[in-house]
Design a protein around this ligand. Structure first.
Ligand SMILES: Nc1ncnc2c1ncn2[C@@H]1O[C@H](COP(=O)(O)OP(=O)(O)OP(=O)(O)O)[C@@H](O)[C@H]1O
Ligand SMILES: [Mg+2]
Length: 521
C-alpha cells in the first residue's frame, strides 16, 4: 500500500512534537525499538496497537516519565530532553494516563490543581479560587461533578473525566489521551469528542490511544500503528485505511468477525436473586437497586446491560458481598437460600468476581504477576497445609498461556505489565479459583481486539464446563454475541429481560433509557 505522509487540505499542519528513533529497554525486554512518531498540531493523532505493543511506554517517554535509551525528541523543531514530567508539562505536554493517577483522599479541585495551587496575597493556598476555577472548568465540560467532593467518592468514569479536566486546565499544546473512554458513558464520550474538536480548532495536538477502532475512525486524522515495540506505519492519513487494514497491521493476521457463541445452557437453576434492593448509603431515601430479580442456569451467560448509573456494578458488588449486609432480598445458590455478607463467603459458595476497577480492587501492583494470579486460589496449591511452589507455578503458567498474557514470567512485577495485560491478570486470578458462578464486570475493558476474541472463546469454554456467568458490559455487540439472556437495568430497576432471539440493539437501548428521559409518544 502506498500512502503519503499526512497533508491537510490547504495549509500544511505543523509538527509540534516529534520522536526520532526512540528505543526503550526494560530489564529483559525492549519495549520500544527505534520508533518514529510525528505529532501534528490541530490534528487527532491516533495511536493503536495490541496490548503490550508499546503505546503507553512511548507516551511516557514523550512526557518525561522516564528517559529513553536512544533516540531524540523535538519540540517545535528544537531538540528537548525532559528530566521529569514537570518539565514536559511546563513545555505544554499534558498526559491523561491509562492507569488513573488521582489522589482519592484529595478533593476534585485539589487534584486538578495539584502542584500548581493558587495562592492568596499571603502566600496561602486559595481554596476558594481553586473551587471556583474547577467549577467553571467542569461546567464547560458539561459535567455534574462537585469540585469539593473527595475523588474516593467518584465512580471510575467520573475519575476519568476529572483526569481529562485536569489535562484541559493545563492549556497544553499537546494532550496525550491514553484510553480516555474506557470507563465513560456514551454521553460523556460525546462531550469529550466535542471538546476535542474545539481543542483542534485552537491548534492543540491530540494523541489518541484507543482499542475502540470505531472511535479512532470517527475522530482520527492520522494514524500510527505499533506492533511489538516497532511502528508498522507512522503518522499516515487515516483516510487511506479501512478498519480491516488497521486490524491486520495491528495483529499481523485477519480476525474473523464477532459471531454469537453456541449455547451450552442446561435447564437447571444455579443461581437466583429475588427482590434485591440496596439503599444509597449517602442518601438513604434513594435506591441504588430496587427489587431486582433474575435466575441463571447452569452453563448460561446472563448479560446485564444498563447505562452509567443504572446499578450494574452495585448489583454485582451486592451479590459478591462487597456491600456487606445492607441489602434486602434473597440470594439462592442451587436452590438453597444463602447469606452473603462478605467476599469470603461468596468465594466459599463458588462465586468469582472480576471487578470493574482493576486499580482499586483485586490487583496488587507491587507483587509479582504469578502471586497476583494465585492469590485467591492459593489453597489449591497447598499439600498438608504447606504451599507447594511447583503447584503454584504450574497453575500460574497455565493461565498465562491460556489468556496469552504478555509477561517476562512469574516474577515480573504486576505494575510493569501493560494496561491490558494487567486486566488479563485479574481475569486469570478469578478463573484460577474455578468458580461455579462467575461475575464479570466489563471483562474486556482496555483489552485489544485479538485478546477480546480469546476471552470470548474462554467464556464459551467455561460455559461448556457448566459454569454460569453473569456479565456486565457496556458494549452492546459484546452483550448480544455472548449472552443467552439479557437483563436490562435502568435507575436501579429491572426494565427488561430478553432471550437471545428476542434481543436487538434497539430493544435493549429502549429499555435502558431512564423513564425520565424517554420521549413521550
Ligand atoms: N516499568 C516497566 N518495567 C518493565 N516492563 C515494562 C514497564 N512498563 C512497560 N513494560 C513492558 O513494556 C511493554 C509495552 O508496554 P506498554 O504499557 O507500553 O503497552 P501498551 O501498548 O500501552 O499496551 P496496552 O494496550 O495493554 O495498554 C510491555 O511488555 C510491558 O510489560
Ligand atoms: Mg497502555
Amino acid at each position: 500500500m502506498v500512502t503519503t505522509e499526512y497533508r491537510a487540505s490547504g495549509s500544511i499542519p505543523e509538527v509540534v512534537l516529534e520522536a526520532r528513533g526512540i528505543t526503550k529497554v526494560f530489564p529483559g525486554l525492549t519495549a520500544l525499538d527505534n520508533v518514529d512518531f510525528k505529532i501534528y498540531a490541530g490534528c487527532v493523532n491516533a495511536l493503536v496497537g495490541e496490548n503490550g505493543a508499546g503505546k503507553s511506554t512511548l507516551m511516557k517517554v514523550l512526557s518525561g516519565v522516564y528517559p529513553q535509551n536512544a533516540g531524540e525528541i523535538f519540540l517545535a523543531g528544537q531538540q528537548v530532553v525532559f528530566q521529569n514530567t514537570k518539565q514536559a508539562q511546563d513545555s505544554g505536554i499534558a498526559i491523561i494516563h491509562q492507569e488513573l493517577n488521582l489522589f482519592p483522599y484529595l478533593s476534585v479541585a485539589e487534584n486538578i490543581y495539584l502542584g500548581r495551587e493558587f495562592t492568596d496575597r499571603f502566600g496561602l493556598v486559595d481554596y476558594r479560587r481553586m473551587l471556583k476555577e474547577s467549577k467553571s472548568l467542569l461546567k464547560r465540560m458539561e459535567l455534574d461533578i462537585e469540585p469539593s467532593q473527595l475523588v474516593a467518592h467518584l465512580r471510575v468514569g467520573e475519575r476519568q473525566l476529572v483526569e481529562i479536566a485536569k489535562a484541559l486546565s493545563l492549556n497544553a499544546r499537546v494532550i496525550i489521551m491514553d484510553e480516555p473512554t474506557s470507563a465513560i458513558s456514551d454521553k460523556e464520550v460525546e462531550i469529550l469528542f466535542r471538546l476535542i474538536s474545539v481543542l483542534k480548532d485552537n491548534g492543540v495536538a491530540i494523541v489518541y490511544i484507543s482499542h475502540k477502532l470505531d472511535e479512532v475512525f470517527q475522530i482520527g486524522d492520522l494514524i500510527t500503528i505499533m506492533r511489538d515495540g516497532k511502528t508498522i506505519i507512522s503518522s499516515r492519513s487515516l483516510a487511506d485505511f479501512s478498519q480491516d487494514d488497521v486490524i491486520r497491521m495491528m495483529v499481523g493476521r485477519d480476525l474473523s468477525s464477532l459471531k454469537s457463541r453456541d449455547s451450552h445452557l442446561i435447564d437447571e437453576c444455579m443461581f437466583e436473586v429475588k427482590d434485591i434492593s440496596l439503599a444509597d448509603p449517602q442518601n438513604p431515601n434513594s435506591m441504588l437497586l430496587d427489587k431486582v430479580s433474575f435466575k441463571v442456569n447452569r452453563g448460561e451467560v446472563l448479560g446485564i446491560f444498563g447505562l452509567m448509573g443504572a446499578g450494574r456494578t452495585e448489583l454485582l458488588e451486592t451479590i459478591f458481598g462487597v456491600r456487606g449486609d445492607v441489602y434486602t432480598g434473597e440470594i439462592c445458590v442451587k436452590g438453597y437460600r444463602v447469606s452473603i455478607k462478605s467476599p469470603q463467603e461468596a468465594i466459599e459458595l463458588g462465586i468469582g468476581y472480576v471487578p470493574e476497577d482493576r486499580k482499586e480492587q483485586g490487583f496488587i501492583p507491587k507483587m509479582a504477576v504469578g502471586h497476583n494470579i494465585s492469590l485467591s486460589s492459593i489453597k489449591r496449591c497447598e499439600r498438608n497445609m504447606l504451599l507447594q511452589g511447583d503447584l503454584e507455578k504450574a497453575l500460574v503458567l497455565r493461565y498465562i498461556e491460556r489468556l496469552n498474557i504478555r509477561t517476562l514470567g512469574f516474577r515480573q512485577l504486576a505494575e510493569s505489565l501493560s494496561g491490558g495485560n494487567q486486566q488479563k491478570v485479574i481475569l486469570a486470578k478469578w478463573l484460577a479459583t474455578e468458580p461455579r458462578i462467575l461475575l464479570l464486570d466489563e471483562p474486556t475493558r482496555g483489552i485489544d481486539i485479538g485478546a477480546k476474541r480469546e476471552i470470548y472463546h474462554f467464556i464459551n469454554e467455561l460455559t461448556k464446563q457448566g459454569v454460569s456467568i453473569v456479565m456486565v458490559s457496556s458494549e452492546l455487540p459484546e452483550i448480544l454475541a455472548l449472552s443467552d439472556r439479557i437483563v436490562v437495568l435502568s435507575e436501579g430497576k429491572k426494565t427488561g429481560e430478553f432471550t437471545k432471539d428476542q434481543a436487538s440493539e434497539d430493544i435493549i437501548m429502549k429499555a435502558a433509557i431512564p423513564r425520565s428521559l424517554r420521549v413521550r409518544q
